[in-house]
Design a protein around this ligand. Sequence first.
Ligand SMILES: [Zn+2]
Length: 204
Amino acid sequence: MSLSLMLFSLSENRYVPAHVTPHTIDLAALEDISNVSSPELVGFWSSPPRIKICQGVNVKKSRIEKAVRFWEHLGYEFGEVYFDDGEWGSPRGCVPYPGEIAFRIAPQGMSFQAPDGSTYMALTRMQTIVGTYELISAEIFVQYVANYEKERMVEHEIGHALGWLHNDSSYHIMHPLWPRGGHRISGVHKTDYDVFSTLLIAQE
Ligand SMILES: [Zn+2]
């Protein structure tokens, strides 16, 4: 694929309003609404993100660390994985600090309903700096605790939190439909990430 083709498809699929500062990107996990044919980035981390597990999120640290290792094998780096002990008690609850990916409890009223009537297993929301596409923080909301035990689910969500969109090739880790996904990793190595990050910056 030539660089211009990649640039074209990047701008074609850009749906994030650029006037919000910093802007928030909501990505639904494992949904049925994507026709993205190659993985693309909406943002990137310029330094390794820490991963916070918020109070009340009933998941073992080892499950999250397993998903982190999946991405580390592809060349990505992360800070520590830690449990938020609630010490700082923000009135907004457990939110990610800059430089963090947080696994949070979904707030009351958060909808996991897809437009086609299917249900999202999880939602990932990111904040980026306008203009640079640098990720500030990311939040992952999982609808049910049982979903954490679904194979590949945490790995897929961390993929979004890194900035990746969907890939509709069969058995891909970023496939939008859980039953059709798998452990394929074409196009989402750290070397791909670095290329797409450069393209994101260049298109400004
Ligand atoms: Zn997804």
